[in-house]
Design a protein around this ligand. Sequence first.
Ligand code: TRH
Length: 377
Amino acid sequence: MARSWDVFCAVVDNFGDIGVTWRLARQLVAEHHQQVRLWVDDLDAFARLCPQADVRASRQTQAGVEIRHWEAQWESVEPADVVVEAFACRLPADFEVAMARRAVPPLWLNLEYLSAEGWVAGCHRLPSLQPNGLSKYFFFPGFDADTGGLLRERELLARRRAFQADPLARRAFLQGLGIDVAANERLVSLFSYEQPALGDWLQPLVDQQPPTRLLVPEGRVLPDLKAWLGVDALRAGDCVTRGRLTVQVLPFVSQAAYDTLLWCCDLNGVRGEDSFVRAQWASEPLIWHIYPQDDEAHMHKLEAFLDRFCVGLEPGLADDLRGVWRAWNRAEAPGPAWSALLAQLPALRAHAERWCVALAEQDDLASQLVAFAARQG
Ligand code: TRH
């Protein structure tokens, strides 16, 4: 059944909030034929992911999704059948009043942040009574059958596998980004937060075989990279070589192109939530820079994910992986685990594919949201 949806996104910082909601909104339209309005408070952030967007338009349609700037006259907005508040962003007060006034009240969902922790399954889909008299349901993405799953488009894995089996397509895609890879070169992408220890991670690559090409989309890690390279400026298109390591700065590309970049690399440094999930669908080795939180809460989340991910991994490799991920997130030098891990990329790749296949057995997040809405009437 075609329902109407209001998806609310407040951009706190970075691109994760808009990255997830924009992807979800597109999938609800394309695969489930829902009618979706995406309310965004920061159109500049949206335009980084959707370059054809008009940053001045209060209303526009992109990929079948009605994009609305979050500055409406709320009295005149009739709430949709389903209201999704992403990442606990507060809805406009007048809109909450209108929701309660609706003849059939909307299904109200709080789409939560991703976590691999065990408590998530117990909280998934729990209702909570709100001051306007409606219940709001917590909807948790996650890594097992008791959670809401992960965003995954229907044909994603088939498209990814076809691409990875086609060296010409890979070469053409990389050339389109100005990347000329040598035959024996190892490709590594790096999308991370600030990393003060970056030099300790890059130095071993200067002397190591095979040569490495590090692809870095413009963003928060560039000052650390610039400092280590000892250059005055770094911008998209720049290429700097130190020994066997070539660093190439890329422009920030569309979500679809970023996916394809992940599919091309032998190792992906990813961060936050959405790029982290996309790297798992890419089925290549990854290192996760988790979004830092107060009181080291993020380190518990990191361990919870590692506990799941390392099942079935050869114990020595699992130790190296844990050591590398912990050191990266604590901004420490990696120690010998880093070179050991790089030497085992083929084994890690095989494990990443097994992990990806197992994850794909659960229903994807958009399908689960649609099914939940159907069950609630
Ligand atoms: O930008 P992030 O750090 O977002 C974070 C997290 O979501 C975090 O949990 C949240 O609390 C915080 O925001 C507010 O990382 P993330 O989640 O990977 O989002 C980045 C998005 O940008 C993702 O959709 C992929 C996209 N992207 C592109 O479209 N093109 C690019 O070139 C790159 C590098 C990323």
